[in-house]
Design a protein around this ligand. Structure first.
Ligand SMILES: Cc1cc2nc3c(=O)[nH]c(=O)nc-3n(C[C@H](O)[C@H](O)[C@H](O)COP(=O)(O)OP(=O)(O)OC[C@H]3O[C@@H](n4cnc5c(N)ncnc54)[C@H](O)[C@@H]3O)c2cc1C
Ligand code: FES
Length: 280
């Protein structure tokens, strides 16, 4: 696996320390179907990439053959899980369009060009004991890594997962045993019949912090659902904004998010934001 340092540090603001990003080549070592048409892709990478990696960070992946130019731009993917001992990154990939479909077709032995780690991280506060995690669809990826981190710190974790139908739900076996796992489906085929955000209100007084990843419409529903139960801005809510990210380096400004502190590039100062800081 080769790697090339990018020019200087990329200073990543927000909830974590600066991170040194680099271009490197990884090797696909496994691909397992999960959640309907999605797959978990396991990629061996340089050990230094995995060292100290935290949930919320993402990688830009080149999703085309070496001899091709289409799609030209890399595609952003959150880290689903890490295997620190083996130097392995796991990504959850759902085929939406050309790039993700190409990625979903990778097989063991294939080489992948990556750039990262990029962005900031979810941040569990030092005094938090009870954390509520909320995932919508493939937004579940960084929530799984966050659940691993929270359980590793001995915290109480409730994990709410929403999907359109049963096949879109994360299998409970993917989560650490100690996680309380509650699901919702839009069609009522499993768990609560309705939006996962409807369930959140019951946990607001229990949770010290709330973390979410899913479509932006889910965050608006979440804000409405939990608003009456919060005391001021407590518990705090961190969300990952999944904007289209052409460069991942703060250059194209295609991913800007409007916040109370102005317009910010979510690939650099995000993708994780305080829900209350975003202007919707
Ligand atoms: C920080 C970040 C982390 C991400 N992490 C993950 C992850 O862990 N797993 C994952 O599967 N995806 C993730 N995504 C989304 C992923 O990057 C896109 O699905 C991917 O870029 C689509 O590229 P494409 O070439 O397949 O689709 P394109 O050809 O670019 O788009 C094809 C069509 O699909 C639509 N589309 C693209 N992405 C989505 C989407 N996510 N939801 C609904 N419609 C979509 C487009 O609007 C377009 O109409 C993440 C995005 C961001 C910004
Ligand atoms: S993706 Fe280009 S500035 Fe964020």
């Amino acid at each position: 696996m080769s790697q090339r340092q990018l020019g200087g540090d990329l200073t990543v603001a927000g909830t974590s320390a600066p991170v040194r990003s680099r271009e490197f080549v990884g090797e696909v070592v496994g691909i397992e179907p999960i959640m309907g048409d999605a797959a978990v892709l396991s990629v061996d990478v340089p050990m230094t990439v995995v060292h100290g990696l935290r949930s919320g960070r993402f990688f830009e992946i080149t999703c085309r053959d070496e001899v091709a130019f289409d799609p030209l731009l890399r595609r952003p993917y959150s880290v689903y899980r890490i295997d620190a001992e083996r130097g392995r990154l796991l990504f959850l990939v759902r085929p939406f369009g050309r790039g993700s479909a190409w990625l979903s077709r990778r097989r063991p032995g294939d080489r992948l060009a990556l750039l990262g780690p990029l962005g900031n991280t979810y941040d569990i506060g030092p005094t938090s004991q009870n954390v509520l995690l909320i995932a919508g669809g493939v937004g579940v990826a960084p929530m799984v890594m966050l659940a691993d981190e929270a359980i590793g710190r001995g915290l109480n974790v409730t994990f709410l997962m929403g999907a359109t139908t049963v096949p879109g739900l994360l299998p409970a076996t993917e989560l650490p045993d100690r996680v309380e796992y509650v699901v919702a489906t839009d069609d009522g085929s499993k768990g609560y019949h309705g939006f996962v955000t409807d369930l959140a209100a019951d946990y607001v007084r229990w949770a010290d912090q709330i973390f979410a990843c899913g479509p932006e419409s889910m965050y608006l529903e979440l804000r409405t659902a939990i608003g009456p139960h919060r005391i001021g801005r407590r518990p705090t809510v961190q969300v990952s904004m999944e904007r289209e990210m052409a460069c991942g380096l703060g250059a194209c400004l295609g991913c800007v998010v409007e916040t109370r502190h102005g317009m910010v590039a979510s690939c650099i100062q995000g993708p994780v934001f305080d829900l209350d800081e975003i202007i919707w």
